[in-house]
Design a protein around this ligand. Structure first.
Ligand SMILES: O=C(NC/C=C/[C@H]1O[C@@H](n2ccc(=O)cc2)[C@H](O)[C@@H]1O)c1cc([N+](=O)[O-])cc(O)c1O
Ligand SMILES: [Mg+2]
Length: 215
């Protein structure tokens, strides 16, 4: 049978990127998705905004919801200092297997913990299993209808504390209206919209950054 799109993305990384060079992995995926096959990576334009938020927050513990092929995992992990790490949740075992190889090719496996499972099942175990007190940064890029329930679950589990930054992809396209309404109207979040474009296209999309102000 035909290879899958994630398998073709991994092939592009193995053909074009240098082992141990995260930037070359990012560049290889962006080139493939811009010139060969579109794929739902956050991409280079929104990726630069992601980079600036990671640099501003300088997080010690990051949670990423939705690994897919590991593109944004690599973008985040390459900016983390020694001792900091990103825990990334992936539901689809085939995507997880590809992402592990992409992350390994970039040489960042020591900064990444890829957990296979559904966010709703994994989040309640974060404190106990991974010794996480609270996340400094959460990057939401998984199923759009899960953004709001998972944010509420993270709050309930005490994994979002004063100063935690939520950064959500696709708040315009495909859109996460209930999540946007929540973070923009809640007195406990300070929200800002970074206008951009849907990865590799001219369509509008953007990232919403929401800082938790505490209870
Ligand atoms: O649908 C989109 N993303 C859904 C992503 C879902 C990913 O999150 C994982 N997951 C991990 C944990 C879970 O609990 C559930 C799913 C899934 O297994 C998948 O790897 C999307 C769509 C467009 N688009 O233009 O159509 C653009 C984008 O940037 C997007 O992110
Ligand atoms: Mg996305």
């Amino acid at each position: 049978t035909r290879t899958s799109r994630p398998q073709r993305i991994l092939k592009a990384v193995q053909r074009k990127a240098t082992v141990g060079d995260p930037q070359s992995v990012i560049t290889a995926i962006d080139h493939f998705c811009r010139h060969r096959e579109w794929a739902m990576n956050v991409g280079d334009e929104k990726g630069s905004i992601l980079d600036s938020v990671v640099n501003e927050v300088s997080p010690v513990t990051v949670l990423e919801l939705g690994t897919y092929c590991g593109y944004s995992t690599v973008r985040i992990a390459r900016l983390l200092p020694p001792g900091a790490c990103v825990i990334t949740l992936e539901f689809n075992p085939d995507y997880a297997a590809i992402a592990r190889q992409v992350i390994k090719w970039s040489g960042l496996e020591d900064k990444v913990q890829l957990v296979e499972g559904a966010s709703g099942d994994c989040i309640p175990w974060m404190k106990e299993h991974f010794g996480v007190q609270a996340f400094d940064l959460v990057f939401l890029d998984h199923w759009k209808e899960r953004y709001l329930p998972d944010t509420k679950l993270l709050e309930e589990c005490g994994l979002i504390q004063k100063g935690t930054v939520l950064l959500a992809d696709n708040v315009i396209c495909p859109g996460t209206p209930d999540y946007l309404e929540y973070v923009r109207n809640s007195p406990r979040y300070n929200s800002h919209y970074y206008r951009s474009h849907l990865e590799y296209t001219k369509a509008e999309d953007g990232l919403e950054k929401s800082v938790f102000l505490g209870y």
